[in-house]
Design a protein around this ligand. Sequence first.
Ligand code: PLP
Length: 410
Amino acid sequence: MINTEIIRKDFPMLDNKKMAGKPLVYLDNSATTFKPNRVIDAINDFYHNYTSNIHRGEYELSQKADNAYDSVRGIVGRLINCSEKEVIFTSGATNSLNIVAYSYGLQNLKEGDEILLTLAEHASNVLPWFDVAKRTGAVINYIPLDEEGRLTPEGLKSVISEKTKIVAFASVTNVLGFIADVKELCRIAHQYGAIAVVDGAQSTAHIKTDVKDWDCDFLAFSAHKMCGPSGVGVLYGKKEILDAMVPFTYGGGSNARFEADGTVILKDAPEKFESGTPDMEGVIGLGAAVKYISSVGLDNIYEHEKQLRDYVVRKIKELGNVEIYNEHGDTGIIALNVKDIFAQDAASYIGSQGIAVRSGNHCAKMLHNVIGVTETIRASFYFYNTYEDADRLVEALKNCTIENCIGIFF
Ligand SMILES: Cc1ncc(COP(=O)(O)O)c(C=O)c1O
């Protein structure tokens, strides 16, 4: 059980902030989350007390930074159940997925091989594959989703073949908020000799992740969507796969030695993928964020979000003027439209009521093939949201009429 009264005190952004002159309700948590004091303090501590570069200094300050940075691999490893050697720090989920596409895909795919995606994927789990397919001659195909837009094992079974080399999908989709049966999907992919790439950007902060149990080959996620700083994320990869891969960025920090004749001896994974000075304070902030959400408890987070979403969906259905696209969604994401009102106009009105929601295609630009509309409003709840936040959203949706929307523009 989550006590939001206590939890909210941890977040400066939840301390009496206003938007459009009204008390702020933040329901754009799928875009990014607020940061608790513990994360802000951890980053400040680095700036105030031990700023230095890592893995380069023989002096105490630098060693303190080394320890703080290096310890985060273990913290992340405990969150997702993997070895610290399998945790690569990146600039975010997008960067992580690009590493998989270019360092694994480009090196392993050939003409006629198949990459399976879904129409519900975020651009970051589509565009790198489009490009790698173009460069290698591989073919992109799509796993059919069920009538609600869910990825199911049956859908994967209906299209996978010996030609399939990569199956890439989100563990939680970013518009409909459906949780995939990752374990079963990975099992099917492996049965056909394909690798499974999991985009965990919307799941790691909301449901328990166990990469060993899932048996996924790669997992990508971002710190900023899990109470951590932006500009930092993680790529998990199975050790044996990482060992066989070569990086697509080179520079300091990732090599053990190089010579004038072009010889380069790279370090082992994960360091070989981390060229250049990393986002040290970001990684330290990520460590604090993981500790924080772990202390709240992922089961509690999931339960709280689910209860709030069920409550809001029930209330919204009573209004009669709102279409919901994921009535049976699994997480705190609700995708909707106010009937006869363009999503961005409705979101502007809702914003004028102090409530932050996102509108548009949410970077899932192929999803219109599934839900029939290109633009939706996305309200995304997190563990610090309250029933009062939910009621404020419902009230704003109730009053979201054409007249009121026009009223905010003129
Ligand atoms: C499902 C999904 N994948 C990938 C990303 C990309 O994350 P980032 O922008 O942090 O790299 C997002 C961001 O919204 C997402 O929702």
